[in-house]
Write a protein that binds this ligand. Structure first.
Ligand SMILES: *Cc1c(COP(=O)(O)O)cnc(C)c1O
Length: 376
């Protein structure tokens, strides 16, 4: 139960094990056509959604280097490990970064974006780069408000990391007019790592005409050109595309609303159980990510705690990153996760706390009852 790679359904595993086919064959083109159609459905968009061989970071980097130029001024939202990464990428490519920060565990303040964008009368800000669901802390940022301020600015593009929000909660790309949306296969998509996706608006494509940053493999214009004939510029990870087809079909069967509801239920079940277990939520409770819950263990060593859970119950939880290592652990409930997984992980956490003498079985029972309320 880490926030990626997430569990892979049997049907998807079977699709992976097929013999690869030629990537210039009609059979493969049909697959590209159907997965592209379903990707648009998942993104709730009419925009192009391109599939890249590479992890989520490749998709974010592609979004940045295809639309911006050296010296461009950009705003980066930073309230966790991933926000920090997008600052590094932007700086590496010579962009001038204005950071909007918030303490890890708290959401970015949309008003700060509004203010900076409103003050930019010369329209020097070319993009706003931010993370929707900050996986390192379990915080969801208010993308809806922030994107409305970006639209009001009228020049800046939105470049958004939706890696752990897409396929977990509502990300209506057209309605919110998001320009560039990046995601990765090993998260909400329920397939192994190796593919990433970039949705590009018309405005984003227009920006590619002026962009002068170096790119070759990640030049999205090549991907757009081949997509016209349902093809790829280079040899794609064919078996992962087999898996993608299967996973997207499963998602369509479940339906977007049901997928979002399931993630919401699991978030509420875990977060309320955590409180009943006398543990603390690391993130601000009003801004919890649908896909991951970060738990502050207080004086208990979080690394030891999650090692015990791995050894005793064979459940892998994620640790804290950087200064949070040993202080928090994170429960992923993203993708192919069911109610039973949630009940099991709460039981495992509860039993471990009993063994540490922190609580009694009464609290564990209460936590399970509390969680069950949301799972009914
Ligand atoms: C996993 C993840 C990524 C992508 O990381 P890769 O290792 O490159 O796939 C990006 N952003 C967030 C918020 C993530 O959780």
């Amino acid at each position: 139960m880490i926030p990626g790679p997430t569990p892979v359904p049997e049907k998807v595993l079977q699709a992976l094990s097929k013999h690869p086919i030629g990537h210039r064959s009609k059979e493969f083109q049909d697959l590209v056509e159907s997965t592209t159609k379903n990707l648009r459905w998942l993104h709730q968009t009419h925009n192009d959604v391109l599939t890249i061989t590479g992890s989520g970071t490749a998709a974010m980097e592609a979004g940045i280097i295809n639309t911006l130029s050296k010296g461009d001024k950009v705003i980066c939202g930073e309230n966790g490990k991933f926000g920090e990464r997008w600052v590094k990428v932007a700086e590496e490519f010579g962009l001038e970064v204005i950071k909007i920060e918030s303490e890890w565990g708290t959401p970015l303040n949309p008003e700060k974006f509004k203010k900076l964008l409103e003050e930019d009368k010369q329209k020097e800000i070319k993009a706003v780069i931010l993370t929707h669901s900050e996986t390192s802390t379990g915080v969801i940022n208010d993308l809806e408000s922030i994107s409305s301020y970006i639209r009001a600015h009228n020049t800046a593009l939105s470049i958004v990391d939706c890696v752990t929000s897409l396929g977990a909660c509502n990300v209506p790309v057209d309605e919110w007019q998001l320009d560039i949306v990046a995601s990765g296969s090993q998260k909400g998509y329920m397939i192994p790592p190796g593919l990433s996706f970039v949705a590009m608006s018309q405005k984003a494509w227009e920006a590619t005409e002026k962009s002068n940053l170096p790119k070759f493999y990640l030049n999205l214009k090549s991907y757009r050109k081949s997509l016209i004939s349902n093809s790829n510029p280079y040899t794609p990870a064919i078996n992962l595309v087999f898996a993608l087809e299967e996973a997207l079909n499963m998602m369509r069967e479940e339906g977007l609303d049901n997928i979002f509801l399931r993630h919401k239920k699991h978030k509420l079940a875990v977060s309320n159980a955590v409180k009943a277990l006398n543990l603390k939520l690391f993130a601000d409770e009003r801004h919890l990510s649908p896909s991951i819950t970060a738990i502050d263990t207080g004086e208990i060593d979080a690394e030891e705690f999650r090692k015990t859970i791995k050894n005793k119950f064979d459940i892998l939880l994620a640790g804290g990153q950087d200064h949070l290592k040993g202080k928090i652990f994170r429960v992923g409930h993203l993708g192919y996760v069911n109610d039973r997984d949630i009940i099991t992980v709460i039981s495992a956490i509860g039993k471990t706390l009993i063994d540490l003498g922190k609580i009694t079985s009464k609290e564990v029972g209460e936590a399970l009852v509390e969680a069950s309320k949301y799972l009914e």
